[in-house]
Ligand binder design. Structure first.
Ligand code: NAD
Length: 279
């Protein structure tokens, strides 16, 4: 099929779109929802009840800038709560164009510290971290993608990680879980496009190393100086520094917009070259 483009069309225009984001009150989520709201997107912040105060603060900041947003308490592992969230989103905004599955993260108990070995692995902790990162991606998608299937359009963006591409020492459970998220992303791309049309796309972002709460104890000493692990990471990163949360925005914008209309099933790596670097 030949597609003729209007060369003046702004393929990146997101104004009027509706976005649902899980884990929206986290470090990455906060900058992402503010950015998308500033692009004219109506953003629905989903996060745990305990994040409500942060969520409402982000919503009022977005509204003060003329944007549209709301916070809904959720639990990405509870389908019944997500169904209620879904009804509320459809009641308020009538559609869902973008779903970002960002709820997730590492758990200290699911790692293997230097003084332990694989034989000490806390299997229950590995199950928990897998449940949050993998099932916390699958279940919200089963709920919110229903509207995308009806619309025949939508962009789903999952949050993988560098550890999905290359197993990192110590981070045993999280790496397994994020590798599964990357695999699920590729599976789902075919499932949705082939059964519900090419307008529904599924991609993942794999952020490299950022200095955030989730890995602060691995990357910095109590006095704030960098750990040996940090020095090893930076020596393996061609751009020679950690990333900032805002450096994910352009890739997310591209994946959410029509600019990536033939892109589905990919894992977009934003890591300053870490994955590509050998020696
Ligand atoms: N920060 C990084 O360096 C980094 C790197 C690669 C990938 N990631 C991934 O990006 C995503 C966001 O990371 P972040 O640094 O913003 O993490 P974060 O811990 O700051 O935010 C995660 C958010 O998820 C929420 N959450 C946890 N359990 C939930 C549940 N059951 N239901 C709903 N919400 C829940 C938390 O309340 C929190 O607000 C995660 O999936 C993380 O694994 C982060």
């Amino acid at each position: 099929m030949l597609i003729f483009y209007d060369m003046k069309e702004n393929l990146f225009d997101l104004s009027g779109k509706v976005m649902v984001m899980t884990g929206a009150c986290g470090i990455l989520g906060t900058s992402i929802v503010k950015y998308f709201a500033a692009q004219g997107v109506k953003v629905v912040l989903l996060d745990l009840e305990r994040a409500a105060e942060t969520g409402e603060k982000i919503v009022s900041e977005i509204k003060a800038e003329g944007g549209e947003a709301c916070f809904l308490p959720t639990d990405v592992l509870d389908k019944a709560v997500l169904e209620t969230n879904h009804e509320e989103v459809v009641r308020r905004y009538g559609r869902i164009d973008i779903l970002m599955n960002a709820a997730g993260g590492n758990m200290a108990a699911a790692t293997v510290p230097p003084d332990k070995t694989i034989f000490d692995l806390d299997v229950d902790a590995v199950k928990k971290v897998t449940e949050l990162n993998l099932f916390g991606t699958i279940i919200p998608t089963m709920v919110f993608a229903r509207t995308m299937a009806e619309q025949k359009t939508g962009s789903i963006i999952n949050f993988a990680s560098e550890s999905a591409l290359r197993p990192l020492t110590r981070v045993a459970g999280y790496g397994v879980a994020k590798a599964a998220v990357a695999n699920w992303t590729k599976y789902l791309c075919a499932e949705l496009a082939m059964k519900f049309g090419e307008g529904i796309r599924v991609n993942a972002i794999a952020p490299g190393f950022l200095l955030t709460n989730q890995n602060r104890t691995l990357l910095t000493n109590p006095d704030g100086s960098l750990t040996q692990r940090s020095h090893t990471i930076l020596a393996h990163t061609p751009i020679g520094r950690f990333l900032e949360p805002e450096e994910l925005l352009g890739t997310l914008h591209w994946l959410a917009s029509d600019a990536s209309r033939a892109v589905t099933g990919t894992v977009a790596v934003v890591d300053g070259g870490f994955d590509a670097f050998s020696i």
